[in-house]
Design a protein around this ligand. Structure first.
Ligand code: REL
Ligand code: ZN
Length: 416
């Protein structure tokens, strides 16, 4: 029956948020069958690149010295710097505390004590099940890079865990053609730098081959802030003649993650990237020129969010997703998602985690859901005040859309 009291809404929202199974549609996680790519544990968590860049802000240590340390030593250095000599107030710092709290790890400033708890978690399969269960995640989309030699080898194995869905990630192809075509040659594709008819066919063959190996749910690229389309450039030609035709052939959505400014400080390695302001006309052209192609889109710059949401209102072949990377903080999630609710209703993918280490699912989703809760309660209370008859089932349906269904329907994923 319809909800009549504002305080019922909080209970219904809480219940639905606890019950709804999430599909985490962009992560860098891998199941244990991917061996060294499957990351868990406190030392990995402390080596997270968000914490590493923060650590250097407090340290004079030469970068090379840090990178020469073992993973364990680096973890100790990060711990000392951010958790012993500082209070871990940043999002990544608080995130680690959320993880420890949710896992009931006895916490002190003694890292070795914390390590003891993690060392006792011997069965990685059970451990991962527990984390996914706690975070209520039933499917995880990976980022699968056929140009990574380690990963490439691992695809020769079977990966039976159906909870992990592949996404074919092709950054080097679109963004670094001059370094990538020799790699394609070494993999047995008869390509040359100039995009001749044969090269186009061979690049298409490469993409098809990897679609056959991975069976991805979508193809993805991250693009620099200066991405421009259409242009007299290799990346435009690769999009028009290689990538988009193959996506169309397999009816695969293309995820565009726009606005990176890679390696502004190369000494920081993975932690050395930042964000840049992009322009939206390129995306507009893509959506208009390819009305049958589905685009999953996220942008990295806060300044691009307003334009992105207005563009998303114009094209049903576009689905906006998540608050990416530096935007994944409670303040910005609230600002950006509120803008999306206001302009798109419930038609966006609320969040993805971008996790690299399994335990991060706990904090990234707990923090995001905390923000979502506040917005949902406000939305439904506003509808109630306007005399709208709404039921718990309506609210559950909407939350399911935001956390799962909008993605599943958009990419036409078979139900799990
Ligand atoms: O998928 C991406 O390109 C980025 O999300 C990552 O490269 C980035 O390093 C990630 O850890 C951000 O959260
Ligand atoms: Zn990512």
């Amino acid at each position: 029956q319809p909800i009549t009291q504002p305080n019922e809404i909080e209970k219904i929202v809480d219940h639905a948020l606890n019950q709804t199974k999430i599909i985490d549609m962009h992560t860098h996680l891998f199941p244990p069958s991917f061996e060294s790519l499957c990351l868990t544990g406190i030392d990995q968590l402390l080596n997270y690149h968000y914490l590493v860049s923060e650590t250097f802000l407090w340290s004079d240590l030469p970068y090379e010295t840090f990178w020469r340390l073992s993973e364990k030593e680096r973890a100790e250095y990060v711990w000392e710097t951010l958790f012993v000599h500082n209070s871990p107030v940043s999002e990544a710092g608080q995130g680690l505390l959320t993880i420890l709290q949710m896992l009931d790890v006895p916490v002190s400033k003694d890292l070795n004590q914390i390590r003891r708890w993690f060392n006792q978690q011997r069965d990685v399969h059970k451990y991962i099940d527990r984390i996914m269960d706690m975070a209520n995640i039933d499917r995880i989309v990976m980022t699968n890079d056929p140009f990574d030699p380690v990963e490439r080898k691992l695809w020769k194995k079977q990966h039976p865990d159906q909870r992990f869905l592949p996404a074919l990630r092709l950054d080097p192809l679109l963004n670094h053609w001059s370094d990538t075509y020799p790699l394609l040659q070494s993999m047995g594709y008869d390509v040359m730098e100039k995009l001749t008819t044969q090269t186009v066919e061979q690049v298409q063959r490469f993409i098809r081959d990897w679609i056959a190996v991975m069976n991805p749910v979508y193809v993805a690229v991250s693009l620099p802030y200066y991405f421009n389309y259409p242009q007299d450039s290799v990346s435009t030609a690769l999009l028009d003649h290689c990538l988009l035709p193959v996506c169309a052939e397999y009816r695969l959505p293309l995820a565009l993650m726009i606005g990176t400014k890679r390696r502004v400080n190369p000494d920081l390695q993975l932690a050395g990237d930042m964000a840049g302001h992009a322009e939206l006309t390129s995306l507009e052209h893509l959506c208009r020129n390819y009305p049958q192609q589905k685009f999953l889109v996220t942008m990295l710059s806060r300044e691009n969010q307003y334009e992105l949401v207005t563009l998303a209102q114009k094209f049903r072949n576009m689905m906006v997703f998540g608050c990416w990377w530096f935007l994944n903080t409670p303040q910005l999630i609230e600002e950006i998602s509120q803008m999306r609710f206001d302009q798109l209703g419930n038609r966006f993918i609320f969040q993805h985690s971008d996790c690299r280490i399994f335990e991060q699912l706990l904090y990234k989703w707990a923090h995001s859901k905390q923000v979502l809760r506040g917005m949902l309660v406000k939305n439904y209370q506003a509808l109630l005040e306007r005399g709208w008859q709404q039921t718990a089932a309506d609210i559950r349906r909407d939350i399911d859309k935001l956390l799962c269904r909008n993605f599943v329907d958009f990419v036409q994923l078979p139900s799990s």
